[in-house]
Design a protein around this ligand. Structure first.
Ligand code: SF4
Length: 340
């Protein structure tokens, strides 16, 4: 099976206390797949739902509805409890409870590297204890010597001194802390890693070191990545394919080269117009597009196409009906009425 992760019509809503309706509609009807051994980049403005999508795939957030399949096995399947009435109002309907799946074996196969290493590492634990804890949860090294050797092996894999196992996170630089976060994720020998903006909290000078290390690890260990970033210029180097999100929806997805050369969704064109291009032919044909207005609230997203309040091409149809996410050329998917 070529596909490691498959997501169908996934939604994640966060209820808000005292507010009627579905609350924050953070992920809206997202479908995608991730091939074994590839890097799927995910980009979009902050607050567009890309981190929530990554965490919902790992079920660190309970999905609201849709389907998640890992290595051919469904790990979540649930019907949508929210329906839109004729007047546009969202109403809750009774649906069967999703079947519970024991996630522990999948927790080992699916890991996450967090954005801010200083916040994601427990300051009271030494680096050795942090990595060892991951080994203990999954009972991977019951023998004390094996455990110590494995911790040293992981530290050297991420380019850290093995003598540093007894030090605390605050004794390391930001880049070194992120290496510890990567060692912790690798400790359980995962197959799939959600890299949640792993370099955006780091100094520019060390960002490329961490990206290169993640690429080397992928080659060496056959890892599959979902690489989340708000910066297109980062993901286009590391990703085989790139998905673009806007206000909870996936609006376009294509091979990295194809998406950069031939974006077809109006929002992707806007994002790309802001990124400097080294290819003079592409840069000549690309005008800077500036969007009017702010990104709407995911508590009360626009009806129809969620981008219609800012899209220069919006028509009445865009306000009424959400465009289907369709394949317009082999491997090139987008959701826009203009594309037919
Ligand atoms: Fe713009 Fe309409 Fe396409 Fe949405 S569906 S991106 S509003 S043209």
């Amino acid at each position: 099976n070529d596909i490691l992760v498959q997501v169908d019509h996934l939604k994640k809503y966060f209820p808000v206390k005292g507010v009627k309706g579905p609350g924050v509609q953070a992920v809206e009807d997202v479908s995608l797949f991730i091939k074994r051994g590839e890097t799927l980049g995910l980009v979009g403005e902050s607050g567009c739902g890309k981190t929530t999508l990554g965490r919902t795939i790992l079920q660190l957030h309970a999905p609201t509805s849709g389907k998640i399949v890992y290595d051919g096995k469904p790990i979540f399947e649930g019907k949508d409890p929210w329906q839109r009435e004729a007047g546009g109002q969202m109403v809750r309907v009774k649906v069967p409870r999703p079947k519970a799946v024991d996630m522990l074996p999948y927790r080992r196969k699916m890991q996450i590297i967090f954005q801010d290493p200083s916040a994601s590492l427990d300051p009271r634990m030494t680096v050795g204890e942090i990595i060892g804890e991951a080994l203990d949860i999954h009972k991977l090294c019951p023998n004390k010597k094996d455990r110590t050797d494995r911790i040293k092996e992981l530290l050297s894999m991420v380019g850290l001194n093995t003598e540093h196992a007894n030090r605390y996170p605050h004794e390391f630089s930001g880049g070194q802390q992120q290496r510890v976060g990567i060692a912790r994720a690798l400790a359980v020998r995962p197959e799939f890693i959600v890299c949640d903006e792993p370099i955006s909290a780091l100094d520019v000078s060390i960002q490329s070191q961490v990206v290169n290390m993640l690429e080397d690890m992928q080659q060496e260990l056959g890892l599959t990545y979902l690489f989340i970033a708000h910066d297109l210029s980062v993901v286009r180097h590391i990703s085989n394919r790139i998905g673009v999100m806007y206000l909870g929806s996936l609006v376009e997805l294509a091979e990295s080269y194809e998406l950069n050369k031939n974006p077809i969704h109006p929002y992707t064109k806007t994002l790309l117009s802001a990124v400097p291009v080294p290819d003079p032919e592409v840069s000549r044909s690309r005008q800077r597009i500036v969007l009017e207005g702010d990104i709407p609230s995911p508590m009360n997203p626009p009806t129809g196409c969620r981008f219609h309040t800012r899209c220069p091409y919006a028509t009445d149809k865009c306000k009424e009906a959400a465009p289907e996410f369709k394949e317009h050329a082999p491997g090139h998917w987008a959701a826009c009425h203009l594309l037919g």
